[in-house]
Design a protein around this ligand. Structure first.
Ligand code: B12
Ligand code: SF4
Ligand code: SF4
Length: 365
């Protein structure tokens, strides 16, 4: 019964994916390692990760027909575009977000492959982050690459700049052999992580900057303002230092980075209304984080980079409809020595935000 699976793999390759076949079970010990990770609280505020932990590593619990998977990888080593002229472009965006949101276009590709699968007489279900599937564990089980110390899936040919998706199928995949771990004695990701988030158990999301500036929608803990540096969205430090990412590894289907996503105008992010933000950033990864949290990130980046630029955006930000933005703006003003704005903003804020600002005034001195 390998033939239909190979035919489906061919169809996926023709669409531009790197394809490997994964057995229905990840390598031994992975589900237990995941449970230990959860038990240590390393999932931070991402409660959804604790739901259905057993299904993540054994999808047969939900889909008894599941027998083998296609692991689809799409490289995203886009060349860095030059900064567009004009605007306040001080923030860095993680490479994966330099194009249209991968969840969207990969979901379309998966639906097409599901259709193809049905024509071949099988049952298939595709996942790209939107369900309880441990994508990296299946990637690892496919034997074409390994999980690096930075927790990411790597291959010789494409390094770690790869989006991953899994297509569960009703056809058994042939047995695989684990790929040797090629990290060797390298520890570059560990030593270069700005917050020490990488440890023996993997990545602690409570310390990972990409958790805080992508997933977390509240007031940024004060201790993280400085380490955030110029990271507006996501963090690539544990990838840029990785020797396996040194050579250019290409991009899926000739995709090219959009300079407006790689270097967004922070002034614009701060001045857009919620609706205008949704329109401008429709189909991008910024949309899920949302305007208020992106404006929060922009203010932290500006206060880390250029206090004079903060002065320009401050009046509008202190008047923003979102208390998150107003509070972050006032904390940034305090940090940049523009304390004149502080007292009036403080009064108009809810109690929790007032307490944050009081702590900020002590923390930033
Ligand atoms: C939650 C999540 C996050 C969280 C938590 C990160 C984390 N490390 O888990 C946050 C928001 C911090 C995050 C950040 C990023 N993410 Co993310 N994220 C996810 C998501 C949705 C779930 C991951 C998960 O279950 N984590 C829990 C851990 C414990 O699970 P796990 O890593 O699979 O754990 C197993 C293996 O690590 C394994 N293992 C095997 N061998 C070894 C060896 C060692 C040494 C270790 C430690 C572990 C290990 O043991 C574990 C148990 O099975 C996946 C998509 C998915 N559905 O899988 C994307 C995903 C992992 N993210 C992705 C990306 C691109 C990123 C970022 C690079 C984005 C950015 N630039 O800002 C960063 C990278 C941070 C990092 N170094 O991990 C890609 C990774 C692609 C790849 N090549 O691996 C994924 C697969 C999304 C996708 N569909 O492509 N992410
Ligand atoms: S994404 Fe950044 S903060 Fe998170 S583990 Fe990697 S280097 Fe550390
Ligand atoms: S930086 Fe080094 S240790 Fe980290 S994932 Fe890459 S090769 Fe492995």
């Amino acid at each position: 019964m390998l033939e239909p699976l190979l035919q489906l793999s061919r169809a996926a390759r023709e669409r531009g994916f790197s394809v490997s076949l994964a057995p229905a079970k990840p390598l031994p010990g992975r589900a237990e390692a995941y449970q230990r990770w959860l038990d240590s609280g390393m999932n931070a505020g991402m409660a959804y990760l604790a739901r259905n932990p057993l299904v993540r590593y054994d999808p047969r619990r939900r889909f008894p027909w599941f027998a083998g998977a296609l692991l689809l990888a799409a490289p995203y080593a886009f060349a860095e575009p030059p900064k567009p002229a004009g605007g306040l472009r001080l923030g860095r965006v993680a490479r994966y977000a330099w194009v249209r949101d991968y969840h969207e276009w990969m979901a379309v590709e998966l639906r097409r492959l599901e259709e193809e699968c049905a024509l071949l007489g099988g049952i298939c279900k595709g996942y790209v982050d939107h369900g309880p599937i441990a994508e990296r564990a299946f990637a690892e089980a496919a034997g074409a690459g390994w999980i690096g110390r930075n927790g990411l899936y790597l291959t010789h040919a494409a390094g770690s700049y790869q989006y991953l998706a899994v297509l569960l199928t009703s056809w058994p995949a042939p047995p695989t052999r684990p790929h040797p771990n090629r990290c060797g004695s390298c520890r570059a990701c560990l030593t270069n992580c700005p917050t020490g988030a990488i440890g023996a158990q993997g990545v602690d999301a409570r310390l990972c900057l990409s958790y805080w500036n992508i997933e977390y929608r509240g007031l940024l803990p004060l201790r993280l303002w400085r380490p955030m540096g110029d990271r507006l969205f996501g963090c690539d430090d544990c990838q840029t230092v990785c020797p396996w990412n040194r050579k250019p590894n290409g991009a899926f289907a000739g995709m090219q980075a959009d300079a407006e996503l790689a270097w967004p105008d922070l002034r614009e992010i701060l001045s857009l209304s919620g609706r205008a933000f949704e329109k401008k950033y429709a189909h991008t990864a910024f949309l899920r984080t949302g305007r208020a949290a992106m404006a929060r990130n922009a203010l932290v980046v500006i206060s880390n980079s250029d206090c004079r630029a903060l002065q320009e955006v401050l009046p509008e930000a202190l008047d923003d409809a979102s208390p998150l933005v107003r509070t972050t703006a006032a904390a940034a003003a305090w940090r940049c020595g523009q304390k004149v704005h502080f007292a009036s903003t403080l009064k108009a804020l809810p109690e929790r935000e007032q307490r944050y600002l009081q702590r900020a005034s002590v923390f930033f001195g």
